[in-house]
Write a protein that binds this ligand. Structure first.
Ligand code: FES
Length: 200
């Protein structure tokens, strides 16, 4: 009787793949290196790009009022300002720039100027309550027509007014006054708060 043959079913090197083939590990390392290079390269590009963008937009930030960045603007001459201790209104005219263009000699606002000898005090004409234009009334006081806030001749707010603070006083270039020029650091401020804070 013929004996049945028994097949050898034990695994051989050629039929069972290795659990972690060397080629796959190498491919994974290469892939990870490429990802790392992409991340580092991306950061290297984005940092200067961000800095460049900030510089590019800088004129826009200045235009919309970054507070401390405002420069002195010539408003009038000392000779043209009456030395009567009363506030007089003057337009503020300046070049207005954004990232695309510059407009020459544009009215950007107005100020009250009060002269006493060679000293000049300046206020923004905008009411600190909600932004109406403040008027001058008898005796050199100020009154807002919108909600009747009253400001004393020194710009401070009177009791009972709704304005949360006095008129916004502006810096005057004292060096320029010696040369007969009235130059003011024209700024706008956030309305409806007690603190005098430049708007941005
Ligand atoms: S806006 Fe001036 S009192 Fe209200």
């Amino acid at each position: 009787m013929e004996q049945p043959t028994v097949e050898n079913t034990s695994p051989t090197e050629s039929t069972v793949p290795p659990s972690n083939p060397p080629d796959a590990a190498s491919d994974r390392r290469t892939f990870l290196k490429k990802i790392a290079a992409l991340v580092v390269g991306g950061i290297a590009v984005m940092v200067p790009l961000g800095a460049g963008l900030a510089t590019f937009l800088n004129p826009l930030r200045k235009r919309i009022g970054s507070g401390g960045a405002a420069e002195f603007i010539k408003v009038t001459t000392l000779e043209a300002l009456k030395d009567d201790g009363l506030p007089h209104r003057f337009a503020v005219v300046a070049d207005k720039s954004n990232i695309w263009m510059t407009e020459k000699n544009v009215a950007v606002g107005s100020v009250y100027l009060k002269r006493k000898g060679d000293q000049v005090v300046a206020w923004n004409t905008v009411c600190p309550h909600l932004g109406c234009q403040v008027d001058v009334v008898a005796g050199g006081s100020f009154k807002c027509p919108c909600h009747n806030s009253i400001f004393k001749p020194d710009g401070s707010v009177t009791a009972g007014s709704v304005s949360p603070r006095g008129m916004d006083e502006l810096d005057v270039d004292t060096a320029a006054l010696k040369d007969g020029e009235v130059r003011v650091r024209y700024q706008n401020f956030i309305a409806s708060i007690a603190e005098k804070k430049p708007s941005s």
